[in-house]
Design a protein around this ligand. Structure first.
Ligand code: J9N
Length: 250
């Protein structure tokens, strides 16, 4: 059936949003099987210690390896015996979490997320895990969060909406920004709905014309203009892919 997702965290309450809305419904439909684990379950001292000062000095705290090692062992033991999870570690120093990576992760049967505090998890945890399962260290953007839980929410939502049947109208992620296809690599243009006039502002008449060729062209132009304005870096990529497409069609 659906995908299994495990999350090990010191703030399980941060992941409560996974019980509501899109992800909540997918879980209710059995398309997604989410298990939250409190990392402190795998501590054995009275203070339930999960972090300590960094070797070599420096600010902040590093998450200790022992609790994580035991937690990941337990996650693996609780999941399908014939499968290994892909360990996803949110970190500012990871590979970019893109729509492409979301698509790739959405194709896997089992993901285990390891959100940590900013200073990170003892490197040996990742190294040891990588001997037994695929590990993906990914960044959701070039800014620093206090912990990885918010990044897990972002990644799970981006992945869950790609699972078959999770999005109501399957079409609605065809025209996503960044989704492959005719509008690939371009940002979404403006969208409108009723009323046709609102506070003295009319909807562009082309959209009311019923001329679908003209509408498609107008939407491509709008997408290009918006991309040029907000993401000139994507325009270069789009030009290349458009060129290649012409090449292929030639
Ligand atoms: N992209 C990104 C990830 C993060 C953190 C992950 C874990 C702690 S902070 N900040 N920014």
């Amino acid at each position: 059936h659906g995908m299994r997702i495990d999350v090990v965290t010191i703030f399980p309450e941060y992941l409560e949003p996974l019980n509501v809305s899109l992800v909540g419904k997918a879980r209710a439909r059995g398309q997604l099987d989410v298990h939250l684990h409190d990392l402190r379950s795998w501590t054995h001292d009275v203070h339930r210690t999960v972090d300590d000062t960094p070797y070599g000095g420096g600010p902040g705290m590093v998450m200790k390896p022992e609790p994580w090692g035991e937690a990941l062992d337990a996650v693996r033991a609780a999941g399908p015996a014939d499968q290994v999870p892909t360990l996803v570690v949110p970190t500012p120093s990871g590979v970019p979490f893109t729509q492409e990576l979301a698509q790739e992760l959405a194709a896997r049967p089992w993901l285990a997320f390891a959100p940590a505090r900013y200073e990170g998890i003892d490197r040996r945890v990742i190294e040891e895990a990588a001997t037994r399962m695929p590990v993906v260290e990914a960044s959701i953007g070039d800014y620093v969060l206090a912990g990885g839980e918010v990044a897990v929410l972002v990644m799970v939502e981006a992945i869950a909406r790609l699972l078959p049947g999770v999005l109501g109208n399957a079409e609605s992620h065809r025209d996503d920004s960044f989704a492959p296809g005719a509008m690939a690599d371009l940002l979404e243009g403006p969208v409108y709905t009723k009323p046709a006039e609102w506070r003295g502002r009319a909807v562009p008449e082309v959209l009311l014309s019923g001329n679908h060729g003209r509408i498609a062209r107008w939407r491509r132009e709008q997408a290009f203009t918006r991309t040029l304005a907000n993401r000139p870096d994507l325009v270069a990529r789009w030009r290349l892919s458009a060129f290649d497409k012409k090449e292929r069609e030639a």
